[in-house]
Design a protein around this ligand. Structure first.
Ligand code: NI
Length: 167
């Protein structure tokens, strides 16, 4: 396993539509393992293959107890609404306000091609939507109804640091 470089906003790869995975081979397994290591090292919740420069429909999401792999994911159901802050490893030092469904159910394949269903609420539902949009070449910044200012961002980071210090 190895970590891969995360590309950032402005790189045209992030605006492309990714192709479905058709070969469930060693190369896919390596990509998924590398993406898992990369998302952990970057302290992210989710990561999509285009963010490491690979135009394939692959996402990893850290659920806390495990990191799930979503190959060729499709949303089956969504409901409710949540409104909150969102960030992205490809848009460093920015946050924006985005409305998302509060519940999302999806189906996806694993590295062997077997299909599974997953469901999530709140942060996980938000992450599912965010990562799947990467596969179609979209960033949350297009969807945010307001981006935080530099001052607001720094205030938020300050609060996080204070919370960390209290743990
Ligand atoms: Ni992102």
């Amino acid at each position: 396993m190895a970590t891969r470089n995360i590309i950032t906003e402005g790189n045209p790869t992030l605006t492309k539509v990714c192709r479905p995975v058709t070969s469930f081979d060693e190369r896919l397994a390596t990509l998924i393992d590398d993406m898992k290591e990369t998302v952990v090292q970057a302290n992210g919740i989710g990561l999509a293959a285009p963010q490491v420069g690979v135009l394939r429909r692959v996402v990893v999401v850290d659920l806390g107890e495990e990191i799930i792999e979503l190959v060729n994911p499709r949303i089956l159901e969504q409901s409710g609404e949540q409104d909150g802050l969102e960030g992205c490893l490809s848009v460093p030092e920015r946050f924006g306000m985005v409305k998302r469904p509060n519940y999302v159910k999806l189906e996806a394949q694993d590295r062997h091609g077997d299909w599974y269903e997953y469901e999530g609420e709140e942060l996980i539902a938000r992450c599912f939507c965010h990562e799947l949009e990467h596969l179609d070449g979209h960033l949350y910044t297009e969807r945010a109804y307001r981006m935080l200012s530099r001052e607001e961002y720094e205030e938020l980071m300050q609060q996080d640091t204070e919370q960390e210090a209290q743990k």
